[in-house]
Design a binder for this molecule. Structure first.
Ligand code: NI
Length: 180
């Protein structure tokens, strides 16, 4: 399916966050071929879902639309909105370990090591190329959401100890998941 077909198939008025182990979270997402009005509507709906669920970032796959689009608000301020279409990391520097969560893994928080500084190239909602230098928490949020674009999840970044510590919570999510 093309990105446009995936967006057209989504029920944009009723988006909700899909949880681990939903298989859509494991897909390598499709690049957006065009940045049109439908992409803008999807991004707007994703921001609404993200703020409503008290998240600081959300990838389209997390609302079941497996395209390379992410939204974020590292300061959790309605005025601070990052929307990235087809983002890629073009430079990175340093490492930092911090506690991190994910709306698709409710109640699970664990320390994850990520790049401290990243430079991102992407398209904005006007389809124009943008370049952003991000540092600290903002860099972390965007790296986390970019992981989702490749089907990579918090559980893949956890160390053995964290996995053990969260074994029950992960099992519960697996038991709660109604596939289909
Ligand atoms: Ni996440």
């Amino acid at each position: 399916m093309s990105s446009a077909e995936k967006i057209a198939a989504a029920d944009l008025a009723n988006l909700s966050v899909v949880r681990y182990p939903d298989p859509r979270l494991r897909e390598v997402c499709t690049p957006l071929e065009v940045v049109d009005e439908a992409v803008g509507v999807l991004a707007e709906r994703m921001l609404e879902v993200m703020f409503a669920d008290r998240g600081v970032g959300l990838a389209a796959a997390q609302v079941g639309v497996t395209v390379r689009l992410l939204v974020a608000s590292p300061s959790f301020d309605e005025g601070d909105r990052i929307v990235l279409v087809n983002p890629r990391i073009v430079a990175e520097d340093g490492w930092e370990e911090m506690e991190e969560g994910c709306l698709s893994f409710p109640q699970i928080f664990c320390k994850i090591k990520r790049r401290k500084i990243v430079t991102i190239e992407a398209l904005d909602l006007a389809g124009q190329p943008i370049r952003e230098d991000l540092e600290g928490f903002a860099a972390r949020v965007v790296q986390h959401e970019m992981d989702h674009l490749d089907g990579r999840l918090l559980v893949d970044r956890m160390g053995q100890l964290a996995k053990l510590a969260h074994r029950q919570a992960l099992k519960q999510l697996e038991a709660d998941f109604v596939g289909g």
